[in-house]
Design a protein around this ligand. Structure first.
Ligand code: BES
Ligand code: MN
Ligand code: ZN
Length: 495
């Protein structure tokens, strides 16, 4: 999709589909949509009068035209209630409209700047939300669909704006949205790829490619090197698989930056549970257990393009969690990177094991903040559902920035409590700590385990309940959402 902006009137720009909008409850359209309505002799007003269109957020009506303007179809998208309207709604409306344009096989799309006429919504933000929404809404994972017509037909997406003064800001918003949108759909592609393609060496290869393209430092440890480095937990989890683990490190140095942030992504390319084996139903979908890794690698691509003013170290412990002749057993004890001994009470709580080594390594590098992203617990999904991720954070300012960054990217993030009293259930009779506690409060217990390896570094842990979704929503098709990627890059550019 090529994005551009032209100065002119919506009724004069030729296209296959022209996107206009309407607030819920509005009887006669104004602004750009009003001008289009006039040129169409009131066709839009008629839809509203006949109760064929309410204007609910994401609602769509398609009007086939016959030469009134140089456009084949007009697409009316609902903006919802004007009281609850903001940039998130702009993004959702644009996503819903772009999805429909793809279904309609439109090649050339023109769009009104949703929110452009609303006081308090700057053109930059509106353009960013329109373009990012279009990228996210039109996304589909099609690699293994062999029938014709799988490709996204939308070639050009053009914002039409009357006010020439706004053009530079619109252009700027569009360019940023392209980078962030591409970053998120790149994450979706990697996460949606099945585990017979995406395994630990494959993640390492992707990291190397990113490092090559953006001149990042890059270190990849194989099984031997992981053992030698003392990452006993990553080594332990990987033992059930013949496919080797990898410990991936990418390093971006910003000239003159004073702050260094480590981002750590859980890279379990398939989670069968190990000998604490998952059920068949519970195992399906566990190719997505590397969603944290996908978000972290995607964010590094955007870091390479946007060059934010902060040093970033990206870490991905990558393993498969399987059963096998050499796989670990419940009750086994291993030594972590920082020397603590861990009893593996449940081999299916593998994410926190590999993250423990990785965050302890991050702390060793002397970073200022550690942000880990992981599909860590089913409990978090039970608590929040699949459209919200849970954030555990030891520093309020960091938590607020991450929640804000997520929102700017269409992600909903909810802060969860780090309740130290629950740590008791992680006590082991035989080792320093065990990897599971009480089933109740499962997401909190998982966070408490990781926290034990972070020490006193400022830390955020995103339990990615929203990594994948089981139905289509405006901003994502069923499958991977890329959650966390946008949050990270928005955070970095805010520094
Ligand atoms: N990858 C899973 C968590 C998960 C499950 C995320 C379903 C999203 C959907 C993780 O490795 C896991 O198996 N966690 C266990 C922890 C338990 C053994 C303490 C879980 O949630 O059941
Ligand atoms: Mn597991
Ligand atoms: Zn897992």
């Amino acid at each position: 999709m090529d994005f551009s902006v032209v100065c002119g009137s919506l009724t004069e720009q030729p296209s296959d589909v022209l996107i206009v909008n309407l607030f819920q409850g509005v009887k006669s359209p104004g602004g750009g949509t009003g001008a289009v309505d006039k040129a169409l002799n009131g066709m839009i007003s008629e839809l509203i009068k006949d109760d064929d269109f309410e204007g609910k957020l994401g609602e769509i009506a398609v009007i086939r035209l016959s030469g009134q303007i140089p456009v084949k179809k007009a697409l009316l998208v609902g903006l919802g209630k004007s009281e609850s309207f903001g940039l998130s709604e702009v993004m959702r409306a644009s996503a819903a409209a772009a999805r429909k344009c793809r279904e309609l096989k439109a090649e050339n799309v023109t769009s009104i700047l949703h929110g452009g006429g609303i006081a308090g919504l700057p053109a930059f933000g509106c353009a960013k939300a329109v373009v990012q929404g279009a990228i996210l809404g039109a996304y589909e994972y099609t690699r293994f669909k062999t029938e014709d017509g799988k490709a996204n037909p939308i070639r050009s997406f053009t914002i039409v704006e009357m006010d020439a003064d706004k053009l530079p800001e619109i252009e700027r918003g569009m360019r940023l949205a392209e980078v962030i949108g591409d970053c998120v759909v790149w994450a979706r592609d990697v996460i949606n790829e099945p585990s017979n393609f995406v395994n630990p060496p494959h993640l390492a290869k992707l990291a190397q490619e990113i490092a090559g393209e953006y001149k990042f430092g890059c270190k990849i440890l194989d099984r031997k090197a992981i053992e030698k480095a003392g990452m006993g937990l990553i080594a332990a989890v990987s033992r059930g698989s013949e496919i080797e683990p990898r410990f991936i490190e990418l390093k971006y140095d910003a000239p003159g930056a004073s702050k260094t942030v480590a981002i750590v992504g859980k890279g379990v390319t398939f989670d069968a549970g190990g000998y604490s084996l998952k059920s068949g139903d519970g195992m399906y979908g566990m190719k997505d257990d590397m969603s944290g890794a996908g978000a972290v690698l995607a964010a590094m691509r955007a870091v390479g393009k946007l060059k934010p003013n902060v040093n970033v170290i990206a870490l991905v412990p990558a393993v498969e969690n399987l059963i096998g002749a050499r796989a670990i057993h419940p009750g086994d004890i291993f030594k972590s990177y920082n020397g603590k001994t861990v009893e593996v009470a449940n081999t299916d709580a593998e994410g926190r094991l590999i993250l423990a080594d990785a965050v302890a390594y991050a702390k060793d590098q002397g970073v200022d903040e550690i942000i880990d992203l992981a599909t860590l617990t089913g409990a978090c999904v039970t608590a929040l559902g699949r459209q919200i991720s849970g954030l555990f954070c030891t520093k309020d300012e960091l938590a607020e920035s991450l929640i804000r960054g997520g929102a700017a990217s269409g992600e909903t993030i909810w802060r969860m409590p780090i309740f130290e009293d629950y740590r008791e259930s992680l006590k082991s009779d035989v080792a320093d700590i065990k990897n599971t506690g009480s089933r109740e409060g499962g997401a909190i217990n998982g966070a408490l385990f990781i926290k034990d390896f972070v020490g006193d570094v400022a830390w955020a842990h995103l339990d990615l309940a929203s990594a994948t979704i089981d139905k289509d929503i405006d901003l994502a098709k069923k499958g991977a959402t890329g959650a966390g990627a946008g949050m990270l890059i928005e955070y970095f550019i805010s520094l």
